[in-house]
Every structure is written in structure tokens, then in C-alpha cells.
Design a protein around this ligand. Structure first.
Ligand code: 3PG
Length: 220
């Protein structure tokens, strides 16, 4: 396979410096706007300073604005970006990076023009090859467990050893280490750090402890 030269616009260095700050990226779906800041603060205080906030809920954009204001030192990824229009919304609310669950040509094309770097979601070598041709070198691997998990990532390293991944989907405290041990994994993500029962109970102390446990266990 001929691999095209990397385009500087895909901002691999920026993505690397964000992912280096945390081996674990909590994935948040904020249902109630009043939970946004206390939840993000609990994760941040627990030592997880890079957060992915998904556009899966009505108040997501407002939540991102408030979290950005309250925790300017946190790195905020806007997740579940499905279209270039949502990518632009993420830029407007001050995203540090954008995360997509899968990829379309439209997203790949938009991403190389945007000032905000994208972590495109891939599950197959073909999707990875398309992204690679656009210049992308860092990817989300989603849904990780359902798409072959650790074995798939090891296999990806055969044809495209330089690609690096943030796997998410089915990852938790018990299997995160298996992924982090791979050379082509830079960090892992997941919703296990934000259980709905603890958020509904506004148990921010418990969430801070979960974050601390993950931050200490998986520290670089
Ligand atoms: C994501 O968008 O990354 C996933 O929803 C996270 O997957 P998980 O809920 O299985 O951790």
C-alpha cells in the first residue's frame, strides 16, 4: 500500500499532547444541565483532566460552555460528532478536539480545514486507510470490544504500524490495562467513570474516587 505523506492540518502533535495528559478519557452524556459542572469537576479533581462530552443530549452544548468556563485547565473533547455542522458547533463552544464514533468523507474533509483537531472513529482497516489518505494518524477505535478489541488493534499494527488509537466501547477498569499495554494505544475512553446511578444521586465524591482510582492505576 502506498501511504500518502502526512498533512500538517490533521494536527497529530496537538492530539498527542492532549492524549498524553490522560491515559483514561471519561465519556460523558449529560442529561441535566445542573450536573455538568459538578460532574466535570469531580472527574478533574480525581485526576482525569481530559474529558469527552458527547452531543447525545439536549443540553450538551450548553454543558460544554459551562464546563469550559468553570474548568479552563481541562481539555474538552466534543464527542458523538456526526456531521460537519456539529463539528462547527463544537468549534463554537470552544472544543479542544472533536471525537466521532465513525467517519464519513464529509467529516474527514471538514476536519482537515478545521482549527480544532479531530479523532475520527474507525472500526475497520478500510476506514483507517481512508483516514490515512486524508492525513489522519490518530483515531478512536469504536466500538472497541465489539469490533475485535485487543486482537483487532494488534492486527491493525501489521499494515499500518504508525497509527495510534484511543479505543472506547466496552472498556472498564478490568480490561483497560490490556489495551494500554499495546504500542499503538495512546489512551482509552469510556463511560464507566460516569455511572448514571451516581450522577442521579449527585454523588460527586464517589465519582471523584472512581476517577482517582483510574488516574492512579493507569498513570503514564
Ligand atoms: C463512546 O462513545 O465512546 C462510548 O459510548 C463509550 O463506550 P462505553 O459506554 O462502552 O464505555
Amino acid at each position: 500500500m502506498t501511504i500518502e505523506k502526512q498533512l500538517p492540518s490533521t494536527r497529530t502533535t496537538e492530539l498527542d499532547s492532549i492524549c498524553l495528559k490522560a491515559e483514561v478519557i471519561p465519556v460523558l452524556a449529560i442529561q441535566r444541565i445542573e450536573d455538568a459542572v459538578p460532574l466535570a469537576r469531580a472527574l478533574f479533581e480525581g485526576g482525569l483532566t481530559v474529558l469527552e462530552i458527547t452531543l447525545r443530549t439536549d443540553c450538551a452544548l450548553e454543558a460544554i460552555k459551562r464546563i469550559n468556563e468553570a474548568l479552563p485547565q481541562a481539555s474538552i473533547g466534543v464527542g458523538t460528532v456526526l456531521t460537519p455542522a456539529q463539528y462547527r458547533q463544537a468549534e463554537e463552544v470552544g472544543a479542544d478536539f472533536v471525537v466521532t464514533p465513525g467517519t464519513t468523507e464529509a467529516l474527514y474533509r471538514y476536519g482537515v480545514t478545521s482549527p480544532v483537531p479531530m479523532l475520527p472513529g474507525v472500526a475497520t482497516v478500510s476506514e483507517l486507510m481512508t483516514g490515512w489518505q486524508y492525513g489522519y494518524r490518530r483515531f478512536k477505535f469504536f466500538p472497541a470490544e465489539a469490533s475485535g478489541g485487543v486482537k483487532a488493534l494488534k492486527a491493525f499494527a501489521g499494515p499500518i504500524p504508525e497509527a495510534r488509537f484511543c479505543p472506547t466501547g466496552g472498556i472498564g477498569i478490568n480490561n483497560a490495562e490490556d489495551y494500554l499495554a499495546l504500542k499503538n494505544v495512546m489512551c482509552v475512553g469510556g463511560s464507566w467513570l460516569t455511572p448514571k446511578s451516581l450522577i442521579d444521586a449527585e454523588d460527586w465524591d464517589a465519582i471523584r474516587s472512581l476517577a482517582r482510582e483510574a488516574a492512579e492505576r493507569f498513570h503514564h
